[in-house]
Write a protein that binds this ligand. Structure first.
Ligand code: SER
Length: 236
């Protein structure tokens, strides 16, 4: 099972009860169905850097087990589902039936699709606006910085973690990143290709609060070592 459906972080803040219903109850319904109707199932769950809460953006890159105190409902939902996945795959009576694997994604940038309802959406929106000869009003400030990756690498990471032998996975949950530019670095990069493109700012304080509490960098060495995470697409 690849359980990708979720309400993303910005939209989740607008109706936390609906977010819980979709993000947590949707997850547990699938887990329960899998446990009832299969003898053995591999279950992939995309988690998020929204599980982290940092009060200092300069904290050096860290491993998966630190700073897991989310300040947003989407992060709470993701962290709790991770915990349920670990419980059912390691501690429950039927743990041998359930093989749970999860990646905490950062922002994912697609060449073809715009995300909706997320907080990392600004990077995709900047790029897609420039390509369509539109200017862009950014909802977070120029120093905002979180990790990103390109969609083909995100897909490849899911295939890689799901096809790795279980004995090689030293943990069930991994975070990964490919590059981590600030908004002003994205703007400068885009300007090289689209000199007419203009970026202005109209800060949304709720979305800024989330981005400010997420890490600007992470240490993804565990994913690189255990299942060969190695992104093809860099910032260029
Ligand atoms: N990209 C997601 C969001 O912005 C976080 O995982 O909601």
């Amino acid at each position: 099972i690849y359980h990708l459906a979720a309400i993303l972080s910005t939209k989740a803040e607008k109706d936390p009860f609906q977010a819980h219903q979709v993000n947590v109850e949707g997850f547990i319904n699938l887990v329960k169905t899998a446990m009832i109707y299969t003898d053995y199932i591999k279950f992939f769950f995309p988690s998020s850097i929204a599980v982290y809460y940092l009060n200092d953006k300069n904290i050096p890159p860290f491993r998966e087990d630190l700073y897991c105190n989310p300040n947003n409902i989407y992060g709470c939902n993701k962290l709790y589902c991770e915990k349920l996945g670990v419980y059912f795959s390691q501690f429950s009576k039927e743990s041998n039936k359930f093989d749970f694997r999860s990646i905490r994604f950062s922002g994912i940038i697609s060449a073809t699709t715009l995300p909706t309802g997320g907080t990392s959406d600004y990077a995709s929106e900047i790029i897609h606006s420039a390509i369509q000869n539109k200017n862009y009003s950014c909802f977070v400030n120029k120093n905002s910085k979180i990790p990103f990756m390109a969609m083909p690498d995100a897909i490849d990471s899911i295939i890689k973690i799901m096809t790795t032998e279980r004995k090689n996975l030293t943990q069930s949950i991994y975070h990964i990143k490919a590059f981590n530019p600030s908004v002003k670095e994205i703007y400068a990069k885009i300007k090289n290709k689209f000199p007419q493109f203009k970026l202005t700012y109209n800060i949304n304080k709720d979305r800024q609060r989330l981005v400010d509490s997420w890490p600007s960098d992470i240490d993804d060495s565990k994913a690189r070592k255990d299942w060969g995470w190695s992104p093809i697409y860099d910032f260029d």
